[in-house]
Design a protein around this ligand. Structure first.
Ligand SMILES: [Zn+2]
Length: 475
């Protein structure tokens, strides 16, 4: 125990030593975040408790928009024809630095703030991706910058974008199409995670589409010859996709979710429905695979002698990395130093690890050197990708859960509603606002970040993978 408190003390000492290296703007930012900390925690906790899923986040969006308005930002609600999307801006002129915040939850992950699986409300949604902290921290960073613009320390415009429906439908694609980043020089973002790093890894591009088969119903035993089965088509379709897996690039993924396979056993089903997703670290590789998988739907329909319809849901780009931006963020992480935890928090973290079968090592909050950017990253996908092909994006990951925590699970929900999550959220607020301050104070950095963006984008023309308005009300 003595050893631990010495460690904590050393940690605090190095933090305060680093804090001395901060310029006056950064010191003011840290003070501002400390000042708003309790409100930000309250916002994060109320969004955590609301746990609203994609396009249903009306109260969560309002919690954030209302606070932004109270703090003197100009709020525009319902942007991009999405009721839960909004912007909050302050200041005037260049540069325009934006920060985006998500706030949607995942179905079925309700959980109390305890380190063993224990739903708060059976079957209800939960913040298994930490988006309650995501939105609160990003808004906190925008407010810290607003206060520096107001006091005359910084000049330019800060823009917070409330971006709903990240877990399903990818609303940022419609927000990009609505031109909401057109006036922005650099965008900053973060994501809750199990480590702290200036994130210079990409992610996977993906496309979502729905296939429906339409057959002819008949009695399954008395006159099956009169039936044309939509579920036969569905099974033939998934069989085709599963054979095709052998021939796709090792980096690619095919997923599907059967949404309707008929209702009862004694009827030949006249309708079936499946949600299909294709991914690859490169959109260019993903698209031909998508074309093949679409063609298989036609093949399956011919075999079962049924009709079919394919509807695009949406698709997203892989993230366009910006290392120049990552380097700015990295320096600020080094200034902030690691997060320190109490013995109770470490015990909570180890409890989560015990319950999920992981080594009981607690939280990882070290600041490692900036990593190399992987050519073919694994992991998930995010609609921040579409933002990153339109403006340079600087990304951050901050520890809000113990090492190796299964993501999109009850364990993340548990941590996101208590002090381990709160500490990560406050840390992210500071790191993003400090990075934004660098961009405001140093135009050369903005130029450098923009130049890298142009080089990486090359002659690729951005094309949003959507077809019509956002599917609001389809949940
Ligand atoms: Zn997420």
């Amino acid at each position: 125990m003595k050893q631990l408190s010495t460690l904590v003390l050393l940690g605090l000492l190095s933090v305060s030593l680093n804090a001395q290296k901060m310029n006056s703007t950064k010191k003011a930012i840290v003070a501002s975040v400390e000042n708003h900390k309790e409100n930000l925690i309250q916002i994060s906790d109320s969004i955590w408790a609301l746990a609203e899923t994609a396009f249903n986040e009306s109260q969560s969006a309002e919690v954030l928009a209302d606070y932004a308005e109270k703090k003197g930002l100009k709020v525009t609600r319902g942007v991009a024809d999405i009721p839960t999307a909004f912007t909050a801006t302050y200041g005037s002129g260049k540069p325009v630095i934006s920060v985006l915040g998500e706030f949607d939850a995942l179905p079925g992950l309700s959980q109390k703030t305890v380190p063993t699986k224990d739903p708060r409300i059976d079957g209800a949604p939960g913040h298994g991706c930490g988006h309650n902290m995501f939105g609160a921290a990003s808004l906190g960073a925008a407010i810290a910058i607003k206060e520096q613009i107001e006091s005359g320390k910084l000049q330019g415009t800060v823009k917070f974008l409330g971006t709903p429906a990240e877990e399903k439908y990818f609303a940022k694609v419609w927000m990009v199409e609505a031109g909401l980043w057109d006036d922005v020089d650099v965008n900053v973002s973060w994501h809750p995670g199990a480590n702290i790093e200036a994130d210079v890894q990409s992610g996977l591009s993906l496309i979502d589409f729905i296939v429906e088969f339409y057959g002819q119903a008949a009695h399954a035993s008395a006159d099956p010859w009169n039936g044309r089965s939509a579920s036969d088509a569905l099974e033939l379709y998934t069989t085709g996709m599963n054979y095709y897996r052998e021939h796709i690039k090792p980096t690619s993924r095919i997923h599907y979710h059967i949404q309707d396979g008929g209702q009862v056993v004694n009827v030949v089903p006249d309708y079936s429905k499946i949600w299909v997703r294709v991914r690859d670290p490169k959109r260019k590789v993903m698209l031909p695979t998508y074309e093949r998988v679409k063609k298989m739907a036609e093949g399956a329909a011919i075999m079962a002698d049924v009709d079919y319809k394919i509807s695009l849901v949406s698709g997203i780009y892989e993230v366009l990395v910006n290392r120049a931006g990552g380097e700015i963020m990295q320096k600020n992480l080094e200034l902030l130093g690691p997060i320190t935890y109490t013995e109770e928090e470490i015990a909570f973290g180890k409890g989560i690890q015990k319950a999920t079968g992981k080594p009981e090592v607690g939280m990882d909050s070290k600041i490692e050197p900036l990593r190399e950017t992987e050519k073919n990253p694994g992991g998930g996908s995010t609609d921040v990708g579409d933002v990153s092909w339109n403006v340079p994006n600087i990304n951050l990951s901050v520890t809000v859960a113990p090492k190796d925590t299964p993501w999109h699970s009850w364990a993340v929900v548990a941590c996101g509603g208590m002090s381990i999550g709160h500490k990560g959220m406050v840390y992210a607020t500071k790191a993003m606002a400090m990075t934004m301050a660098d961009l405001f104070e140093n135009p050369k950095l903005v130029t450098k970040v923009k130049e890298e963006f142009k080089t990486r984008k090359g002659d690729e023309k951005y094309e949003a993978m959507i077809d019509g308005p956002p599917p609001i009300g389809n949940n």
